[in-house]
Ligand binder design. Sequence first.
Ligand code: R5P
Length: 293
Amino acid sequence: MADTDGVTESKQFHENVPQEHDGFFLKGSNSYDWGLKNRLARIFNPASGNTVMLAFDHGYFQGPTTGLERVDLNINPLIPYADTLMLTRGILRSVIPPESNKSIVLRASGGPSILKELSDEGIAVDIEESVRLNVCAMAVQVFIGGEHEKQSILNMTKLVDLGTKYGIPVLAVTAVGKEMVRDAKYFRLATRICAELGAHYIKTYFVEDGFDTVTSCCPVPIVIAGGKKLPELDALRMASNAIAQGANGVDMGRNIFQSSAPTAMIQAVRKVVHEGASPEEAHEFYEKEAERA
Ligand code: R5P
């Protein structure tokens, strides 16, 4: 058993040395089977290597979130601008047109509502259901340091076993409890544990200080959640900084669907994530589009 003496700050993350990934465009993903790679290539754009995932699965624990009261009206107009939709099977079947032809990342864990202990999740979708719905990945919440840490990790490893068998990647979502410090040290711990235990890619939060150390010591792709609604320019700056420091995209919800001009905002996010636009250029685009709409 390794002791915890190694958990010090005197480490070398080699932030400026990209990990080699010959053979397949995504970091750490070259040894997967064809189906798994193909699904990842439907989530991440092989040209830019990045993704704009539109996240609107919030209802699975908090009901009709602000901006998601009517997914048909709030989200469906945004679908053409997303690379991937992250959602629950209930919303997928009831609201999303099958003709939309977007890759799907299915919320595959759940259980408690906001009225209970959130880390007490289980796997909430059968693998056969994921196959039936033709999803490109299954998303599972992992609560490192949370009350039900082990249970959430084992939810993830079970899904990794099933996903690997059927060629469906698993997205580990690092969920941070209210009592946890959101810093690079915590996210290095959380993302690395998820990668070591088999997650194919990982969603985490951006931190201002040391985010490049989080991406550099995580051997698989990282995407950032948007988090609470920010002014549009700040959200674009966050996305831009994350990409510059090694993230492979965003899994953004509230900063898009709670924007006063969501269609303009998702297109502005695309400019940052796929075209390397500066936050200021993307924001200028946003303002023009918002005015036009
Ligand atoms: C939260 O648990 C959900 O998984 C969301 O998909 C995630 O937090 C991303 O959404 P937002 O950008 O609103 O944080």
